[in-house]
Design a protein around this ligand. Sequence first.
Ligand SMILES: Nc1ncnc2c1ncn2[C@@H]1O[C@H](COP(=O)(O)OP(=O)(O)OP(=O)(O)O)[C@@H](O)[C@H]1O
Ligand SMILES: [Mg+2]
Length: 321
Amino acid sequence: MPGAIYAEGLVKTFGEVRALDGVDLDVPEGTVLGLLGPNGAGKTTAVRVLTTLLRPDSGTAVVAGIDVLKHPNEVRRAIGLSGQFAAVDEYLTGRENLRMVGRLYQMTGKAAKARADELLERFNLADAADRTAKTYSGGMRRRLDLAAALVVRPPVMFMDEPTTGLDPRNRQQLWDVIQELVAGGTTLLLTTQYLEEADHLAHDICVVDQGKVIARGTSDQLKAQTGGERVEVVVHEREHMNGARAVLAGFGKGETTVEQHTRKLTVPVSGGAKLLAEVIRELDSRGIDIDDIALRRPTLDDVFISLTGHAAALNDEEVQK
Ligand SMILES: Nc1ncnc2c1ncn2[C@@H]1O[C@H](COP(=O)(O)OP(=O)(O)OP(=O)(O)O)[C@@H](O)[C@H]1O
Ligand SMILES: [Mg+2]
């Protein structure tokens, strides 16, 4: 039986760009699918197709048991959507925004009010509840938009990069809210740039690149494919980079990646903290000074490099460095 979100062979082109190039998805009821991918991979396009906002060129999609192309209005009634860019009414207060959604979905005034109050509290917006949304910061708008998507507790939810722009505390709180929702039986498709987020929340992950699903599995499966942990070393002197590279080659389970401008070398390893100590001793015995050394789990970028042989598009943070 197909899951609560099901898609087969979705294709969507914009001129030359194949935003979706044959995407298949199957999300069992009550689970979370994390759609991961770099900028332009096709994540938002997939969400827009599945939420009836965009017609695919070909393929089929069934959400909550309803054919998306044949019965878009019925699908809309069964889903909640929080888009990549917050869609709140600027001229209404936070409280009014949430009550309005409740009323649109035929909740009684009393029920809409209670639900609005509860969500304002949950999303740390109670203090700002009676200010118009146009006075909200980016993160506050984002939270209001997410709260709006949760007013009616739909059985199937779509969240497009829900935590982009949230500070760590609010991100954590959103994760808690999502986990509660899913414990209550909601099926969720969320897109994210962060493997860590998918790690926390998603039962299954699909990695997309250039409109295609290039890998799928649980977070642990993807990381295992990527070759486990990484040792990351920043050497003090540029001229020591080759020496450090030779040392890491002796411990690594794969290619060493070298970042010249930051003097950083990264290599996949297995062996944990004990191995880290050995690497430090070896570097020391060769007189290679280091500024930093760390053992870390693979990131989305590592998954990308190992899956596609090229790095994911840089995110804004990296561009600024
Ligand atoms: N309405 C449109 N007209 C033309 N091209 C589009 C349109 N929507 C998306 N595209 C293109 O389709 C591709 C996929 O875009 P999409 O927005 O789905 O990516 P994304 O994975 O959501 O990226 P991001 O991480 O930046 O949000 C991109 O090359 C984009 O430029
Ligand atoms: Mg997007």
